[in-house]
Write a protein that binds this ligand. Sequence first.
Ligand code: HEM
Ligand SMILES: *[C@@H]1O[C@H](CO)[C@@H](O)[C@H](O)[C@H]1NC(C)=O
Ligand SMILES: *[C@@H]1O[C@H](CO)[C@@H](O)[C@H](O)[C@H]1NC(C)=O
Ligand SMILES: *[C@@H]1O[C@H](CO)[C@@H](O)[C@H](O)[C@H]1NC(C)=O
Ligand SMILES: *[C@@H]1O[C@H](CO)[C@@H](O)[C@H](O)[C@H]1NC(C)=O
Ligand SMILES: *[C@@H]1O[C@H](CO)[C@@H](O)[C@H](O)[C@H]1NC(C)=O
Ligand SMILES: *[C@@H]1O[C@H](CO)[C@@H](O)[C@H](O)[C@H]1NC(C)=O
Ligand SMILES: *[C@@H]1O[C@H](CO)[C@@H](O)[C@H](O)[C@H]1NC(C)=O
Ligand SMILES: *[C@@H]1O[C@H](CO)[C@@H](O)[C@H](O)[C@H]1NC(C)=O
Length: 329
Amino acid sequence: MLLKATALLAAANAVLAQRPSNTSICDYYTEALLKENNATNQYTLLTLLVNTAVIGNYTQPNVGVSVPGILNPDGMYNDTKVNLVPYFNGGLASSNTGGMSGMAVNFLDGGGAAPLMKNMPAADNTSKQYKLLTHLYEFFGSLLGCSEVGMAGFAAYAGDGSMYEVHKFMVLDPFEVGYFITQVGLSAASFGVAQSDIDAVAMSLEKLFDNRCAPKTTAIEAQGPQYQSICTDEKCPLSPNSTCAAQPSMEQPLVANATLAMGEGRNASSSSSSSSMSMPSGTSIPSGSSMPSGTTTGTASPMPTSEGTQLVPGMAGLAVIVAAVLFAQ
Ligand code: HEM
Ligand SMILES: *[C@@H]1O[C@H](CO)[C@@H](O)[C@H](O)[C@H]1NC(C)=O
Ligand SMILES: *[C@@H]1O[C@H](CO)[C@@H](O)[C@H](O)[C@H]1NC(C)=O
Ligand SMILES: *[C@@H]1O[C@H](CO)[C@@H](O)[C@H](O)[C@H]1NC(C)=O
Ligand SMILES: *[C@@H]1O[C@H](CO)[C@@H](O)[C@H](O)[C@H]1NC(C)=O
Ligand SMILES: *[C@@H]1O[C@H](CO)[C@@H](O)[C@H](O)[C@H]1NC(C)=O
Ligand SMILES: *[C@@H]1O[C@H](CO)[C@@H](O)[C@H](O)[C@H]1NC(C)=O
Ligand SMILES: *[C@@H]1O[C@H](CO)[C@@H](O)[C@H](O)[C@H]1NC(C)=O
Ligand SMILES: *[C@@H]1O[C@H](CO)[C@@H](O)[C@H](O)[C@H]1NC(C)=O
């Protein structure tokens, strides 16, 4: 299969072969796009995937798939407006810093979008942005089955093991989580990942993170079973075998800076307003840290086996991406 894929790639026109059932999504696409399947290249693949999901497609041209990006203030999911920016820019008191309530934290403190467009996590290696982005590469690398995670060049994820604890003060709803997962899928599609692989990853992500009160589940093998519900708003579907008593529901996060919150969250005196309510658009991210769109995709546990022959965008598109990657390095 891989030989066939390589031959097709050389032919620069046809389609990629189907991913073999014994090869993970990460390993398969690392070889397809970057030729050698080693730790450095797997980390580069995850960097491209996550950065594109976060800021939107930035390799120009790409295979023709537009990615609006997680940091796009004008996101849309199922006809509902979604703006996740205030959770990242310090506009909302929504981060879990260990206390009983959420705190405002600016996670765009490492240069914002600019370094991401250069295939880097941040302009430095001490910022909150650096920590968040590298953790996302590592976390999704494990979910996508990268065989070199934990080797030199691709550190294993060592962040918080409970996605519920990380996200609980954000009180995210199904539209917000659905938008995030969609950006990861679109990012993968923009690099030529087969739709069957994208669908399988999206389904695993939804099952793991998109129900509220889910019982402890293992996402990262070394971290064992943990509460993983990222969707915690009352509009989220209740998990089978739900354990809500152990995962108390929170109020929508408080506005910490009204300018940066862009109408999301709630003011101290007002009653809680759902974050999924559509807010005035047109507000843009402060220019200094304006983020384009783009993201990454990950799947929990062993990646599902692909079935059926998959068409992948023509080789010309892949070649352009490879060129862009090499150029950026
Ligand atoms: C499939 C869905 C998602 C996955 C797999 C995911 C995964 C992660 C991971 C691995 C971290 C790093 C945690 C650490 O460093 O300990 C993180 C942090 C974060 N995520 Fe998510 N996330 C998802 C959805 C979302 C959504 C929808 C939002 C909406 C705003 C969001 C906002 C954040 C923020 C703001 C942080 C930084 C939190 C902190 O360090 O305190 N995530 N996420
Ligand atoms: C996958 O299976 C094929 C034959 O079915 C074999 O040639 C190849 O080495 C296997 N790859 C891995 C990574 O196990
Ligand atoms: C992986 O392969 C690339 C060439 O594609 C090379 O530059 C890099 O050093 C290799 N990394 C490791 C860890 O061997
Ligand atoms: C994103 O992808 C779309 C579709 O290929 C393209 O029209 C657009 O120019 C791309 N944006 C960037 C910034 O590369
Ligand atoms: C962080 O950056 C500094 C300065 O560029 C460098 O000396 C150091 O090795 C880097 N540390 C890590 C963990 O990459
Ligand atoms: C969004 O639409 C899809 C397809 O109709 C549906 O499966 C999904 O449940 C919807 N999500 C939300 C949050 O409405
Ligand atoms: C719910 O719990 C029962 C009993 O432990 C178990 O058999 C079942 O598989 C669980 N269902 C899900 C969807 O986890
Ligand atoms: C809110 O954020 C803006 C943009 O970063 C900043 O200029 C302003 O000083 C902040 N307002 C308060 C009250 O902190
Ligand atoms: C919170 O109050 C500020 C200023 O008083 C206002 O601009 C903003 O729209 C309010 N936000 C919400 C969600 O009510």
